[in-house]
Write a protein that binds this ligand. Structure first.
Ligand code: HEM
Length: 124
């Protein structure tokens, strides 16, 4: 998972330098949070209502970080590339498909959350 988050941010900042200034100088903690969230995806999904509220809350906070809707597609493409790079030959197309679907689901809820007003109740 460490290798994955290293790849992810390295690729993001190499391809889209403009996003570097949105992040704090030290992103060590952030790397852990992002990957922990993705790694706990299945647990999160089991609790559908919480999952939705958590993702929407996260999306709303991302507006404050300067994240635009377009950035989600960019990060999604980079995530899939990074997974392919770290996972090696054991990574099946099916597994890649599951990760892609999960990312899309989280991103979709985050985008919905980004359009909500902060007066609505949100978890996380
Ligand atoms: C599914 C997609 C994403 C997930 C799961 C995710 C997850 C997270 C998490 C868990 C944090 C920690 C802070 C918090 O909980 O509010 C965070 C911070 C952050 N994310 Fe994301 N993120 C996603 C997409 C993006 C995108 C597309 C961008 C824009 C390039 C972005 C930019 C940032 C920035 C700039 C911060 C941190 C700001 C700070 O600490 O000052 N994220 N993200």
């Amino acid at each position: 998972m460490d290798a994955l988050s290293d790849q992810l941010y390295e690729r993001l900042f190499t391809r889209f330098l403009e996003t570097r200034r949105m992040f704090p100088d030290d992103i060590a903690e952030l790397k852990q949070k992002l990957v922990a969230m993705l790694a706990n995806g299945v647990d999160l999904l089991m609790d559908r209502e919480n999952f939705q509220a958590a993702c929407r809350g996260l999306g709303l906070r991302h507006v404050g970080y300067g994240t635009k809707t377009d950035h989600y597609a960019i990060l999604g493409a980079i995530l899939i590339d990074s997974l392919g790079a770290v996972a090696g030959p054991d990574f099946t197309p099916e597994e890649l498909g599951v990760w892609t679907q999960f990312y899309l689901l989280v991103a979709q809820e985050m985008i919905i959350g980004s359009r909500q007003t902060s007066s609505e109740p949100l978890l996380m």
